[in-house]
Design a protein around this ligand. Structure first.
Ligand code: NDP
Length: 496
């Protein structure tokens, strides 16, 4: 993707058009109140556009449109083959508009455009393609009741799905919810994060171009406490799929209980441990991936490997290798393909990350980083930061920082490693490095995490379920299992 070069990306960015209205019933419309919010490029501090700030009445309009579309059957009762055709075309359109979508991601939330162009956008296209291809290969059931009865057990779409997603992978998170929900015939009302609305708005437009009927995918940009809450409390939303913080995830459970008992699926925070044992045969690979696991996407990853647990005999060697990798991962202009790390999502989040860094400086040994910096004199960037001699009880070892900040903790044996790894309210992901197959299985079995990666970090694919244990949430994104969230089983009992 870097065939464009720095200047190529800058030129394309100068020409980009931001969709700044809500997308309801197949059209871009202003918020009824006329309110807007500023979308700011965190790498420069410049305002990109004033975006429609949807309130309750806009969410009502979007839900009504989604319900009408669902009831019409134009999508909900379309054949799986037809839905496949449209979603495959959408995947193709994502590829065709790759440069534009990658730029929207980068400008909106600060990530490296090269990553967006090689990981985020192709990833989203791949997920639409995967669900499109799956949907006409799923068979329903006939229950084994015996002669005289024919009992069909069929999956049906739920109706209107609300999706509330975060800013760290704006297009991917929208896709993780929308692709399986749409593939199964639901209508969707999507609320992107305030910090990153543009790719979701463009996605909805491209979906219509691909043939999705009007009203099947609506996008309501706006603030969490207004648009997000209105969706969560809506009496005509059947299911709410959320990715974001644990605190807001808990609010959605309350909204549901206080409204129509809609199904709620939560993918929330993490404090994922990465365990490196002394019998790991390739410490350089472990260090490469440990650095990737915390510095990729500025550490703004729910499954970031933010706790590095290292067996004491190799700890100092590992810390030295990591410091070298941190030195090579300094922040730079997100539009420069040579840059290794982008900007944090906004100044407020950078200040939050720095509060954790300052707390860490008081309790642990700062190995490298620890400063907020600018690039070309502007923007919200934080250096890749490593703390050594971290105690499992320290704030930086317990709370989700969501920035490029690694806590290194030493352990002596397997039991201690497991005790530290599992001593967290979260259980999203974990990694471990060892050359012993037995140890790998033993530890993987006892780690409290939705995904355990062995001799790699943060492994995921459209084929594998992604989601957490404990306060990392429940329900699984990706894989065929995600379809369970957006469908209900119906039994039809026929006597003959
Ligand atoms: P939030 O959980 O606040 O935001 C996620 C989504 O929820 C956004 O669309 C947001 O809207 C919406 N939202 C916020 N408040 C409400 C509300 N009261 N009712 C309904 N919807 C709401 O995450 P933040 O963006 O504030 O990030 C805070 C922390 O959350 C991060 O530092 C990180 O620790 C964690 N996080 C975890 C993520 C994950 O992937 N697990 C992703 C993002 C954050 P809006 O942005 O417009 O307010």
């Amino acid at each position: 993707m870097s065939e464009l070069g720095h200047k190529g990306w800058i030129d394309k960015a100068a020409a980009i058009r931001f969709r700044d209205k809500a997308f309801i019933d197949g059209k871009f419309v202003a918020a009824r109140s006329g309110r807007t919010f500023a979308s700011i490029n965190p790498a420069t501090g410049e305002t990109l556009a004033e975006v429609a700030s949807c309130g309750e009445e806009d969410v009502d309009r979007a839900v009504a449109s989604a319900r009408r579309a669902f009831a019409s059957g134009s999508w909900s009762r379309a054949t799986p083959a037809r839905r496949k055709e449209v979603l495959l075309r959408l995947a193709q359109l994502l590829h065709e508009n790759l440069h534009e979508l990658a730029l929207l991601e980068s400008l909106d939330m600060g990530k490296l455009v090269a990553d967006a162009a090689t990981i985020d956008v192709p990833g989203s296209a791949g997920i639409f393609q995967w669900y499109a291809e799956a949907i006409d290969k799923l068979y329903d059931e006939v229950a084994p009741t015996g002669s005289g009865d024919l009992v069909l057990v069929r999956r049906e779409p739920l109706g209107v799905v609300g999706a509330v997603v975060p800013w760290n992978f704006p297009l991917d998170m929208a896709t993780w919810k929308c692709a399986p929900a749409l593939a199964t015939g639901n209508s969707v009302v999507l609320k992107p994060a305030e910090q990153s609305p543009f790719s979701a708005l463009r996605l909805a437009e491209l979906a219509m171009e691909a043939g999705l009927p009007a009203g099947v995918l609506n996008v309501v940009p706006g603030l969490g406490e207004t648009a997000g809450q209105a969706l969560g409390r809506h009496m005509d939303v059947d299911c709410l799929a959320f990715t974001g913080s644990t605190a807001v995830g808990k609010m959605f459970l309350q909204y549901s209980g206080q409204s129509n008992m809609k199904q709620v699926w939560l993918e929330t925070g993490g404090k994922s441990p990465n365990l490196v044992f002394a019998d790991c045969g390739n410490l350089d690979a472990a260090a490469d991936m440990a650095a990737f696991g915390i510095f990729f996407n500025q550490g703004e990853v729910c499954s970031a490997n933010s706790r590095l647990l290292v067996q004491r005999s190799i700890k100092d060697a590992m810390v030295e290798k990591l410091a070298e990798r941190a030195a090579a991962t300094q922040p730079g202009d997100p539009l420069d393909p040579a840059s290794k790390m982008g900007a944090l999502v906004d100044a407020r989040h950078a200040a939050n990350v720095m509060r954790f860094v300052e707390a860490g400086k008081k309790t642990a040994r700062l190995v490298t980083g620890g400063e907020q910096v600018t690039v070309n004199g502007r923007g919200s960037f934080v250096q890749p930061t490593i703390f050594d001699n971290v105690s499992p009880q320290d704030t930086i070892a317990r709370e989700e920082i969501f920035g490029p900040v690694l806590s290194v903790i030493a352990f002596d044996d397997e039991d201690e490693a497991l005790q530290i790894a599992n001593d967290s309210v979260y259980g999203l992901a974990a990694s471990l490095w060892t050359d012993s197959l037995s140890r790998a299985h033993r530890i993987a079995e006892r780690l409290h995490a939705g995904t355990v990666s062995v001799n790699t970090v943060d492994a995921l694919s459209p084929m594998t379920p992604f989601g957490g244990f404990k306060q990392s949430g429940f329900g699984r994104d990706l894989s065929l299992h995600a379809l369970d969230k957006y469908t209900a089983l119906k039994t039809t009992w026929i006597k003959y």
